[in-house]
Design a protein around this ligand. Structure first.
Ligand code: SF4
Length: 342
């Protein structure tokens, strides 16, 4: 994938519109080469360009602090749709959607036997594949399915778009469908499967793999419940407050500290930029509560030697919310996508 001429022209026009000459280009790992191409193009046009070498995990992970440190006038951010509310610097998003000869009919042909006997299918799709949404819907319909896709109530997502922590579009059509089909990755399918009682089938268009992920999600939920039980015996708890703009939930982290202290635990705010197992000492804290990206707890728990609960899981541990409410009620990630988005 490369940056096409249209995108370079659009980015240039946007940078000129905001009066930026010194630019920080930021991209997730898989798009660093594209970032380099874009940087070359912008440099040729006279911009002073720096590349962010830090990891970038999502649209939540804007390199605002880095950009301020190096006195950039603007950020060009690749691979995500903007959803972080901020007024620090202009940010120009380049979504980098895939647009090559994906054989949609073949893909849906593989998914159809796994989706059947369901007829009504809810569609979730990641940003990279969104240009194929209509063709996927048509291919499903030509196989005899009715395809549904929903919206997020405030427009923070495109119709049908899913993030690893935000499935508002899919949840909005849940009552109308018998199964979900997620086009993108197993990571995204797993997240949806954790918060719906409908079976979830995932297609990874890059590998052409198709799988029903429902049992995997059940296993993950059982492991999460075990972490909740393990958390109950903890005494000293670190409450993670992340400094990434779209993951920084100061109000939530502070109220969790108070809640834990009221429950008789020693609780401390722990401020981090990257939530990494090397930075969470198991000889200092017995457990953690993670107000940053919820997928760190879900996907990386095995790397940590202590429970790293999500806010909703903490509510269950403290008896303030039932397990059914956060799972079947679809509230698992609810606390982790409040603040700073929209
Ligand atoms: S919080 Fe995590 S899952 Fe959500 S957008 Fe950011 S990186 Fe992705």
């Amino acid at each position: 994938m490369g940056v096409n001429l249209y995108e370079l022209e659009r980015v240039t026009a946007e940078l000129e519109r905001v009066g930026a000459r010194r630019v920080l280009v930021q991209a997730p790992q898989g798009l660093k080469t594209v970032a380099l191409q874009l940087a070359d193009g912008l440099q040729r046009l006279g911009f002073e360009v720096m590349l962010s070498g830090s990891p970038c995990w999502g649209g939540c992970d804007l390199a605002l602090n880095e950009a301020v440190e190096v006195s950039a006038d603007a950020i060009v951010h690749l691979g995500h749709k903007g959803f972080v509310k901020q007024d620090v610097l202009p940010v120009i998003y380049v979504e980098c959607r895939y647009d090559y000869g994906l054989n949609v009919e073949q893909l849906i042909g593989r998914a159809a036997p796994i989706l059947k006997p369901a007829r009504k299918v809810g569609l979730g799709i990641t940003l990279q594949w969104l240009n194929y949404l209509e063709r996927i819907k048509l291919a499903l319909e030509s196989c005899g399915f009715s395809a549904f896709y929903g919206q997020s109530e405030d427009g923070r997502l495109y119709p049908s778009q899913v993030l690893g922590c935000d499935y508002a579009t899919a949840k909005s059509v849940e009552k109308e469908v018998e199964k979900f089909l997620v086009v993108g990755s197993f990571f995204h399918g797993l997240g949806l499967s954790m918060i719906t009682d409908r079976p979830v089938v995932v297609i990874d268009p890059e590998t052409m793999r198709v799988e029903d992920i429902t049992q995997n999600a059940k296993r993950v939920l059982m492991q999460r419940y075990a972490q909740i039980c393990a958390f109950k015996g903890s005494r000293r708890v670190g409450v993670i407050l992340c400094t990434k703009p779209g993951q920084k939930r100061e109000g939530l982290a502070s109220s969790i500290v108070s809640m834990l202290r009221n429950a008789g635990k020693d609780a401390y705010l722990l401020v981090l930029n990257e939530v990494d197992e090397r930075l969470l000492p198991d000889d200092v804290f017995d457990a953690y509560v993670n107000t940053a990206c919820p997928r760190i707890s879900i996907d990386d728990q095995a790397k940590f030697r202590r429970p790293v609960l999500l806010p909703g899981e903490l509510m269950v541990a403290l008896g303030l919310c039932s397990w059914e409410e956060i799972v079947s009620g679809g509230r698992y990630f609810e606390w982790s996508i409040r603040d700073g988005r929209g």
